[in-house]
Design a protein around this ligand. Sequence first.
Ligand code: PLP
Length: 427
Amino acid sequence: MKKTFVSKEKLEEIIREIPTPFHIYDEKGIRENARLLKKAFSWNQGFREYFAVKAEPNPVILKILKEEGCGCDCSSITELMMAKAIGNGGSLTMFSSNDTPDEEYVFANDMGAIINLDDITMIESFEKTVGRFPKTMCCRYNPGGVFKVSNDIMDTPGDAKYGMTTEQIYEAFRILKEKGVENFGIHSFLVSNAVTNDYYPMLAKLLFELAVDLQKKIGCHISFINLSGGIGIPYKPEDQPNDILAIGEGVRKVYEEILVPAGMGDVAIYTELGRFMTGPYGALVTRAIHEKNIMKHYIGVDACACNLMRPAMYGAYHHITVMGKEDAPLTEKYDVTGSLCENNDKFAVDRMLPKIDMGDLLYIHDTGAHGFAMGYNYNGKLRSAEVLLHEDGSFEKIRRAEVPADYFATFSELPIYKTLMEEAAAD
Ligand SMILES: *Cc1c(COP(=O)(O)O)cnc(C)c1O
């Protein structure tokens, strides 16, 4: 059974101050998990996790992870600004972008971030806009084809837009070395939400072999290998969680087989995990506000896909607990819906749940990564608040809910703006 990290009583206390819907995060869970990851890779001297900011872009969360030794992995200038603001300047930030606007390289370079080039043409773009190359550069690799663990096809890198081909990455390293780059990193992201302990070790093997060959053929110094994100979490009650200690050991084994004999035992391992770091430690709290019986039985809640897009976008499963009814029998089959004028705005379809009464609190699990972050404003819906549950049980609003004035703010240059703001103020 999947557990909630907060009690019904605590939620009711929070709701007196911060109305539903909101995302809530568990500081204790985030810290303990970050420590476990660190332990799993403690055999590697230079190990660092660069938290994928896009998964949960809140500076308070970034700061907590910084305290646990994590850097930031950014994909845009806005994320870079947050990383810089929380003190992750210099090599504590990785800039793993793609289709990158030139000016973002300037910002990333100015703050001293490690630049991860997605494409060979970016060498020229970078030189043209930034000028000199920093001493350390990283390149993103795409091996193409299909990526299998045992006989299961995990994903098809050949269809992915990211990274450089094998031929290109050799060429890129050659050019960068000529231009004075001294330390090199290799990065690759092949599988998302991998629920297997074998993904990282297999990816590591691929990248370690490439690293040995690049070092031999180009004569460049490889200082780190970035295994990026992709470690999954158990969204469904029957999913087996990954064992991060086993994953760390699996990577160590290939490290000792491939890198150490090649005299490359000083290579640092980096990760850019998002989902694994915060996913299970966040939940969307929403209230049942309508019940509708037509061809199907619907429960309408006060959150919608704008607060959590994954079910609508990918048909993703998010477990739901009806607070206070944890042990009640699952007698009803519901579709749990939001209020968007979109029929895919459903948090659950044909889900067996206890009988829901209007006003019940629903706790939608595992929204701590790619949850709030993927929010949007369709139908004029506003983004929710974010709440942090501290280790001592106290709570803190780490982002207020949007109000209509926020939605109207980008009309500020139009004559109608004043009227809109009058409406917002009168509401
Ligand atoms: C999305 C992303 C991550 C994080 O992915 P998770 O699946 O959340 O672990 C890491 N690196 C890059 C470049 C990404 O695009």
